[in-house]
Ligand binder design. Structure first.
Ligand SMILES: [Cu+2]
Length: 432
């Protein structure tokens, strides 16, 4: 933890209610780490595999007709975005755990090894299974002690988007990252086939600036908001072909907050919840879907609009990162005198925030060790003043080789908002 003095020296502070920063040459805005494969052919099992952006799918093997998985609960050093890494708990070397993928009718046998310093269990959230496989510590099984390997075995008798997480010391274990997605494909196709099938698990964390361990005791004030355990600009974009049919599976295992996920430029239909398929007669077009804690929501749409379209939680504090929270409110204040006084003590410091906070992220100020600047990254036109639970749907006629990030969208001439010309203003009688 930084003390106040270290924090002040590092970059900015809330002393006297003002945000203070030292101007330095702009730090490089690191691009999102790790290109993600986004277009995959159907598997031998007859389904198009799900893409867990920034994540992975858990390998399995077939033994005597069963699909056998091995999940290992263990400490993991995890990077949320370039600049912020923390000691978390996850599965199989990942935070969150890898995605399970199977088919309705499969018999799954899942070994769970506990390499944590405390007992755990795994609950298979939303799945119909024998009571003794439900993974609720004390209620349906004894907890898995450190060093033990338990066996869960059950048939998959439904399809959809489900989740897994501990049901032992949930507050600690989930706050440290222990959760994942469990996708069950239908045995027979349901609805039109999709070209891209993405899965995103939403979560929230409290990681104090400079700290390297999420704080499980936080109850209300979360400052790291994630999609698949990554913050923008660490979130991989969803890269799709124009007119492709796209499915996005959203799950929310945050400790306390629901997330209204909003997609720009398109409308979608909620086709499934973790309870099953939504009847067609009950679907309606939406651009925002509320994913409450403990829910999954699956949306589908045709990506018919070229461009770089934001997809993000619409709670404005959920598209901020660590430094956006609890800064003193100096909007509208004259902070010149304050800047002068502090400038005598700390040459180069200047007050920030009096004209809003959009300039916080792109001033290139040094940030405290192991922390995220307040907001986003450099876009093609200007600085993107959002971070946290934010990603970009990139719709293109052609997807680059290897499904890499195609870069920024090249807008047709004359279709980007810009300063109004004098001729426009005159023609339309706009005088101020
Ligand atoms: Cu949110």
């Amino acid at each position: 933890m930084l003390n106040r003095r270290q924090f002040f020296k590092g970059a900015m502070t809330t002393a006297s209610g003002a945000l203070i920063a030292r101007l330095v040459p702009a730090a490089s805005a690191a691009p999102a780490a790790g290109a993600t494969a986004v277009f995959t052919p159907p598997s031998d099992e007859g389904y198009r595999p799900v893409i867990t952006t920034n994540g992975a799918t858990l390998p399995w093997k077939r033994v005597d007709g069963a699909k056998v998985f091995h999940l290992v609960a263990e400490p993991v050093l995890h990077e949320f975005a370039p600049g912020l890494t923390a000691h978390c708990w996850g599965y199989n070397g990942r935070v969150h755990g890898p995605t399970f993928e199977a088919v309705e009718g499969d018999l799954v046998r899942i070994y769970v090894t506990n390499r944590l310093p405390e007992p755990t269990t795994v609950h298979w959230h939303g799945l119909f299974l024998p009571n003794g496989m439900d993974g609720v510590g004390g209620l349906t099984q004894r907890a898995i002690q450190p060093g033990e390997t338990f066996k869960y075995e059950f048939p998959l008798i439904q399809h959809g988007t489900f989740m897994y997480h501990p049901h032992h010391d949930e507050m600690t274990q989930m706050a440290l990252g222990m959760m994942g997605l469990f996708i069950v494909h239908p045995r027979k196709p349901v609805g039109p086939p999709v070209d891209h099938d993405f899965a995103i698990l939403l979560s929230e964390w409290r990681i104090d600036v400079g700290a390297s361990r999420p704080n499980p005791s936080e109850m209300t004030d979360f400052n790291v908001l994630t999609m698949n355990a990554r913050c923008f600009p660490g979130t991989a974009p969803l890269v799709v072909r124009r007119n492709a049919r796209v499915r996005i599976r959203l799950g929310n295992l945050s400790a306390m907050d629901h997330h209204p996920i909003h997609l720009h430029g398109h409308r979608f239909y909620v086709t499934e919840t973790d309870g099953g398929v939504v009847p067609e007669s009950a679907r309606r077009p939406e651009t925002t879907v509320l994913v409450a804690v403990g829910q999954t929501r699956t949306v589908e749409f045709v990506a018919d609009a070229l461009g770089d379209w934001a997809m993000h939680c619409h709670m404005s504090h959920h598209v901020m990162t660590q430094m956006g929270h609890h800064s003193g409110n100096v909007i509208g204040m004259n902070t010149d005198g304050l800047g002068r006084e502090i400038g005598k003590l700390v040459p180069g410091y200047m007050p920030m925030g009096a004209e809003g906070m959009g300039d916080m992220g792109d001033m290139g100020m040094p940030v405290p060790k192991n922390s995220l600047p307040m907001v986003g990254e450099q876009g093609q036109f200007d600085y993107i003043t959002m971070g946290g639970m934010f990603t970009i749907l990139k719709v293109r006629d052609e997807i680059p080789e290897g499904n890499a990030d195609p870069g920024w969208y090249s807008n047709p001439a004359g279709t980007v908002a810009d300063v109004a010309s004098k001729a426009d203003l005159r023609r339309d009688g706009i005088t101020s």
